[in-house]
Design a protein around this ligand. Structure first.
Ligand code: ZN
Length: 370
């Protein structure tokens, strides 16, 4: 399988994030992608390539130009305004309740503040989104990784994998959040729709609901969004991801959320996956964009599912069994020792190669990774 990777992600070298007011070491760190890269390289069955520059046009087909401008300017602006922190994290966000009773026209007329921390809130969702010197370049490179992966598939590959970092599925049209700055999967899906004129399905198997992807395609009938995730009743992003969110307008029925309980294990997860795949099978189209996350793993530090490494192989196999071409893009997954084994298992499953667990010490099976 062809793999697209860029070392530009290394510059998005996050240090801390805040969770319920506490400053903690960052979860979304460069080591994540490097673990996956080294394991896939050692496997020998993956051919690595670099992304090609696609410019801003495909990004602006999905995102507000103001968000892109903010991401580009944020770090130098913060430094120029003497904000001296290891990374820029907002603490004030314009929740919709702040504007209750005010007209959409008035709202649209509100200016983006000029202060960097205020702008980070204006364009942000939450405090889990540290922004630093290398963030913009890394986020742009992750988009190029996704678009190059889509190019490979449109060029005839049955499946290709983009090792995107930072991830993307929490980023909405005009909002960054949840470790995400630009929505790699949404940008790739839009590029495929425009190139082929056909419908595209997005299968999001990250542990978290992809609120950004849902928002972007909410009123679109040409992009089916299917997500398996932790019930927002107990888990981020809390305010979207419920089963009754099915799309509106032309997008009515083109959004399928499958929220799952804490402790979801291999068997229950595969049943949910089959539900999602059945919905995709009923929709015309030849390409699936997979938002692939491994925070569903049993030892993930921020998830509460109980998946094991072998089930990722089966998930990849079942997804590929639909017979559609796969643009597979990396999203989350924070148990670093297992990331390589889990990615390898999923990708091998998707191309019909046997599971073949890594040797002891290779960090794969649940329980062997301490
Ligand atoms: Zn996640």
């Amino acid at each position: 399988m062809r793999v697209v990777y860029s070392p530009a992600h290394l510059a998005h070298d996050t240090v801390t994030e805040t969770v319920m007011g506490a400053v903690i070491p960052a979860n979304e760190v460069p080591e994540r992608a490097e673990r996956i890269r080294s394991t896939l390289e050692a496997d020998g069955g993956f051919a690595f390539g670099v992304p090609t520059e696609h410019g801003t046009k495909p990004i602006l087909a999905i995102h507000d130009a103001g968000l892109l401008r903010f991401l580009e300017e944020a770090w130098p602006a913060a430094r120029a305004q003497s904000i001296d922190r290891p990374n820029l994290i907002a603490d004030t966000y314009p929740t919709f309740r702040m504007f209750e009773g005010m007209s959409p026209e008035f709202l649209a007329s509100r200016p983006e503040t000029s202060f960097a921390a205020g702008r980070a809130g204006w364009w942000g969702l939450d405090t889990a989104n540290p922004l630093l010197a290398g963030t913009y370049a890394a986020a742009r490179a992750a988009v190029d990784v996704a678009l190059t992966t889509a190019d490979l598939v449109l060029g005839g590959e049955g499946a290709a994998y983009g090792l995107c970092r930072p991830p993307g599925h929490h980023a909405a049209r005009s909002m960054a959040g949840g470790y995400c700055f630009l929505n790699n999967a949404a940008i790739a899906a839009e590029a495929i729709v425009r190139a082929t004129g056909e419908r595209v399905a997005i299968l999001d198997v990250d542990y978290h609901h992809g609120n950004g992807t849902q928002q972007i395609f909410w009123r679109r009938g040409d992009v089916l969004y299917v997500s398996l995730h932790a019930d927002p009743e107990r888990q981020y992003p809390f305010f979207l991801g419920r089963a009754d969110e099915t799309g509106e307008g032309e997008g009515s029925g083109a959004n399928l959320n499958i929220p799952l309980p804490a402790g979801t294990g291999d068997v229950a997860y595969l049943e949910a996956l089959d539900r999602g795949l059945a919905a995709i099978a009923e929709t015309p189209g030849d390409v699936i964009v997979v938002s692939l996350g491994f925070d569903t793993y049993g030892h993930d530090p921020i998830g509460d599912f109980a998946l094991t490494t072998p089930v990722y192989h089966e998930c990849g196999r079942r997804t590929a069994a639909l017979g559609r071409r796969l643009v597979i893009l990396q999203e989350g997954g924070y148990h670093r020792p297992s990331l390589g084994a889990n990615a390898r298992a999923w990708l091998r499953g998707s191309e019909g190669r046997p599971y073949e667990p890594l040797p002891a010490g290779g960090f794969g099976e649940l329980g062997s990774d301490r």
